[in-house]
Ligand binder design. Structure first.
Ligand code: G3I
Length: 328
């Protein structure tokens, strides 16, 4: 029989940080529809700041910050005793419209990034527990991605970003976060080598985030391969978190009863995570309506999360719950 406990209670009992990202739109701008906040705070013990702390939404112009959305999410988390994960201080994507046309010098960009990190991580030093400091800095072939940050500062921009974050938020855990590194492959090797260099240079990094977006879940990560990868990163002395999980299928190859397949997939990944010393799993949204996949790629399914459009729990919810219950 299904447990009467909430997922949050079971996560707490398993020392699991179980989070979801939310966007400010989803819960603050539609006050008649408070279910995102209700479901989040009842069923999860952590929240990630969706889009609100990315440079694009946060920086309407070069000298201004708009913290309204970010404050709303962070304060919701703090008020409900959720662990708060800030996402993300440095990324090449979702930058403000003025950013790429800006004719900066390398020094200006460095100063800009330092001020950005000091301001943002400093503002939330008492509230954000974990930062995705640098997001997606490695290309799919494992080489360093040629971003504006890399062009201006070389690989040192990563060292600096972690140092600047550590200066103003010394209590926060500081993470490198990326996609497509959930099992050992060319890109994961590149990230591994990068993290090894950072550690050798004394950079204050605490962990690595595996995003874990599964677009074609039948062909995606084998739990054994995930476990091997987690252990490899942990052997570097890093914590490993699953930071943006969702589970989708190629519309031309959707398994019969795909919600059951999805449930088993979530369960297997969480089990591999826990068995290999990864104590954090975050889903990229609370309910399917708010999934980024609704606007991303029409060739894959767009019901990748634990709750459906009506905030009813899906088979994946019960599968995770069952797993956690069995481990209490
Ligand atoms: O807010 C504007 C709106 O004003 C405008 O009318 C509309 C027109 O396109 O765009 C809206 O912005 C969109 C924004 O999401 C908010 O919905 C952007 O176009 C869209 O590009 C943006 O997509 C986000 C994406 O990152 C950007 O790459 C997704 O919501 C977000 O879920 C996704 O999250 C990333 C993680 O940060 C990093 N890992 C991968 C993950 C999925 O791509």
């Amino acid at each position: 029989m299904a447990s009467e406990k909430t997922l949050r209670q079971l996560a707490d009992e398993n020392d699991l940080t179980l989070g979801a990202s939310i966007t400010a739109d989803a819960f603050r701008k539609y006050p008649d529809d408070p279910d995102v906040a209700q479901t989040l705070t009842r069923e999860f013990n952590a929240v990630t700041t969706g889009n609100a702390l990315k440079m694009g939404p946060l920086r309407p112009d070069r000298n201004t910050y708009d913290f309204e959305d970010a404050d709303a999410i962070v304060n919701l988390g703090v008020a409900n005793d959720l662990l708060v994960r800030g996402h993300t201080l440095v990324w090449h994507n979702q930058t403000p419209g003025w950013f790429y046309p800006w004719d900066y010098t390398d020094d200006q960009l460095r100063t800009f990034l330092r001020d950005h990190i000091h301001t943002v991580a400093g503002r939330y030093r008492e509230k954000v527990d974990v930062w995705d400091v640098v997001n997606e800095a490695v290309a799919d072939d494992g080489t360093m991605r040629e971003t504006a940050w890399y062009d201006a500062m070389g690989e040192e921009y990563i060292d600096l970003a972690f140092q600047w974050a550590n200066e103003v938020a010394p209590e926060a855990d500081l993470f490198y976060n990326d996609y497509g590194i959930d099992e050992i492959n060319e890109k994961a090797d590149g990230v591994y080598a990068l993290l090894e260099r950072l550690i050798d240079r004394g950079v204050p990094i605490d962990g690595v985030g595996l995003q874990m977006h599964a677009f074609r879940a039948q062909e995606y990560v084998d739990p054994e391969a995930l476990g091997e990868n987690i252990r490899r990163f942990k052997d570097l002395g890093l914590d490993v978190h699953v930071t943006e999980m969702d589970v989708a299928y190629d519309r031309e190859n959707v398994p019969e009863n795909h919600l059951e397949h999805q449930a088993q997939y979530y369960r297997d990944i969480l089990e591999a995570c826990l068995d290999n010393g990864c104590d954090t799993l975050v889903t990229w949204g609370v309910h399917d309506t708010a999934s980024w996949l609704r606007n991303y790629d029409q060739t894959i399914t767009d019901d990748p999360l634990l709750f459906d459009e009506d905030f009813d729990p899906k088979p994946a919810y019960f599968a995770i719950k069952d797993l956690l219950e069995s481990r209490v």
